[in-house]
Design a protein around this ligand. Structure first.
Ligand code: ZN
Length: 331
């Protein structure tokens, strides 16, 4: 079967992505919060496959291989460096199997290395580049259609990721996590994205860290600054001007909500749908959610974008809600 690639799909319209594998599999009891290493790929592959399938049924057009933090530095830290190649290859294979159940693309996945030091770019390159190279090589050999490099916070590190992806001859989606108003090496996000575009990235933008409400202002500037495709995958949490990224959220009297007590801040499926429409109207081309996103969010986003997806068969029927005839106090 000849698959339509990411570049061609983006030319035709918005591509709906879906991430959040790490948080969702943590909630389901397959990933340990703290280290957040995707050992589940080897230990319970069926759980990963099932989540891919749920996102696929909800309308996700890209199955993102669950290799987030499956790089050498992190794997070493949890004592599973020996499993690194098998984990990476298996993750892409599982994503590819799920993708074949629908009409989805397979994305390889790179995450920030935590080894990049902007004070010593050459030494950083020598450490980070081989980590990215092996992951991209494995992803390509297992059939990834393109590579998503994400949660980057240094332009320098993003450029290494981009270069490695380009060397492999694959399309690239490179996104930063905007905790503050600029990258850790000092570039405002619109400029940081423009640098990626100038270096040949296909898709640039933001993911993770901020909820939609506190990400829009950056996205507007990025849309103005670049001509290439823009991606937005915020976290589905109610971040605010005072607590602009989810690591800042706190439950009064109970302390930090991040990372495992974020539930009270979770967006509803209706909020997620609103985000999809707002992002599309801003000219964002690749729309999804990051940590916290779940299949019901993605289905609502797909439907808001005018699509009927396999899981739409079970979308809510308001005529039989609420159960038992009880009504709420809404006016
Ligand atoms: Zn995230």
């Amino acid at each position: 079967m000849n698959k339509v690639g990411i570049r061609e799909r983006l030319k035709q319209g918005v591509v709906l992505g879906a991430e959040g594998y790490l948080f969702e599999l943590e909630r389901r009891g397959y990933v340990k919060a703290g280290p957040y290493v995707p050992e589940v790929v080897l230990d319970h592959p069926e759980a990963v496959k099932e989540l891919h399938r749920e996102f696929l049924r909800a309308g996700a057009e890209v199955m993102v291989a669950f290799t987030y933090y499956a790089h050498r530095s992190k794997m070493k830290r949890v004592g599973r460096e020996i499993d690194i190649e098998e984990l990476n290859r298996s993750a892409v294979r599982i994503a590819a199997e799920a993708a074949r159940e629908g009409n989805a693309l397979v994305a390889g996945n790179l995450s920030e290395s935590w080894m990049y030091d902007s004070r010593d770019p050459d030494q950083s390159d020598a450490i980070v580049r081989p980590m990215f190279e092996e992951q991209v090589r494995w992803a390509k050999e297992e059939g990834a259609d393109f590579i998503i490099a994400e949660t980057l916070d240094y332009v320098g590190e993003a450029l290494i990721a981009l270069d490695v992806i380009k060397q492999a001859g694959l399309p690239s989606c490179v996104t930063y996590t905007p905790l503050l108003d600029r990258s850790r090496d000092g570039h405002p996000w619109d400029e940081a994205c423009k640098i990626l575009e100038d270096n040949g990235a296909d898709i640039v933008g933001l993911n993770c860290g901020r909820g939609p409400r506190t990400m829009y202002a950056f996205l507007k500037k990025i849309r103005k600054a670049v001509a290439c495709h823009v991606a937005a995958q915020p976290v589905p949490y109610r971040t605010t001007g005072k607590q602009p990224y989810f690591q800042k959220l706190a439950v009064p009297g109970k302390g930090c909500a991040f990372p495992v007590a974020l539930d009270p801040f979770l967006l509803t499926r209706f909020d997620a749908a609103e985000f999809a429409i707002t992002a599309r109207n801003m000219g964002v081309n690749y729309i999804g959610l990051c940590c916290g996103g779940a299949p019901h969010h993605i289905r609502s986003m797909a439907e808001a974008l005018g699509r009927t997806v396999p899981a739409s068969r079970y979308s809510p029927d308001p005529s039989v809600l609420p159960a038992g005839g009880a009504t709420c106090d809404a006016d």
